[in-house]
Design a protein around this ligand. Structure first.
Ligand code: NAD
Length: 250
């Protein structure tokens, strides 16, 4: 095993108030493509739909539902992988207090991390909400409608726009989650970043803040990130094998 992975294992063993910060890279082993990996990243295939375009044009909204309900269905099929399970073990053992995630795939919760210890900066794609009255809609219900009609109708309650409960580009960050993330960062002694290119702000500011407030910073990512130079340990490798080694998961 590489020295950097052993150093990460030591940091994790010594930490008392660890926080994980995860990005799309932790879910690629579960079959969900990330955005920016060369070749396989989603951005090589289709551009994300900005919030303003989604609001302004029904055709754009229906295109976003079409993307969701056709093709690979990676989100629906995905199961937690060794990376998620390793973090869940650290949470269960008490060393890891919170998981701040940019992911919308619900896999941290599915791996056993209690809801109240997951901080979702970019929302959750496993359900939808009306942007007007905030009524919750289940994805299965919207899919049935899409298959029957060829589109998703406006909110049955108020006529508002229904959108997956994610934060799109151009949409305001969720206030409560941002506050929870700030509190987690302020209280941690080790922040471990797993699978983020660390280029999407304001999310990527959290690892930077943790370091400047005195926590140790570890980064596990296949490719270099802009914060490698300030990190205490950088593992340029695969998340699943790295974290399983660190926590002793078979
Ligand atoms: P990103 O695509 O910008 O970066 C992912 C990083 O993970 C890349 O640098 C890549 O090299 C690395 N990586 C991929 N698989 C890896 C593996 N198995 N082991 C180690 N490293 C691996 O993702 P980001 O930083 O999270 O930013 C993209 C935004 O897109 C997120 O904010 C999120 O909202 C959204 N998104 C979410 C999902 C999801 O929920 N799973 C998927 C795609 C995009």
């Amino acid at each position: 095993m590489e020295d950097s992975v052993r150093r990460l294992a030591d940091l994790v063993a010594q930490a008392r108030r660890m926080v994980f910060f995860t990005g799309a890279g932790i879910s690629t082993e579960s079959g969900i493509p990330d955005f920016r990996s060369p070749g396989t990243g989603l951005w090589n295939q289709m551009k994300p739909i900005p919030f303003q375009d989604f609001i302004a044009d029904d055709a754009v909204r229906q295109e976003s539902w079409r993307r969701r309900f056709t093709g690979e269905r990676a989100l629906e099929k995905a199961k937690p992988n060794r990376g998620h399970l390793s973090i869940a073990r650290l949470v269960k053992e008490g060393g890891c207090q919170s998981v701040i995630t940019q992911n919308v795939d619900n896999l941290h919760q599915d791996s056993g991390v209690p809801e109240e210890q997951v901080i979702e900066l970019h929302g959750n794609a496993s359900y939808a909400k009306c942007l007007g009255c905030r009524r919750r809609y289940e994805i299965a219900e919207l899919e049935r409608q899409f298959r029957q009609l060829g589109w998703v109708e406006p909110c049955a309650n108020c006529g508002g726009v229904i959108k997956a409960a994610t934060i799109s580009f151009g949409q305001a960050m969720p206030e409560r989650e941002m506050q929870r993330a700030q509190a987690a960062v302020a209280g941690c002694d080790l922040m471990v970043v797993a699978g983020s290119s660390l280029v999407v702000y304001p999310a990527a500011a959290f690892p930077e803040a943790a370091k400047s407030l005195g926590a140790q910073l570890a980064i596990v990512n296949r490719e270099p990130t802009p914060l490698d130079s300030i990190a205490d340990v950088v593992v340029h490798g695969e998340i699943g094998p790295t974290l399983s080694f660190v926590v002793g998961l078979n």
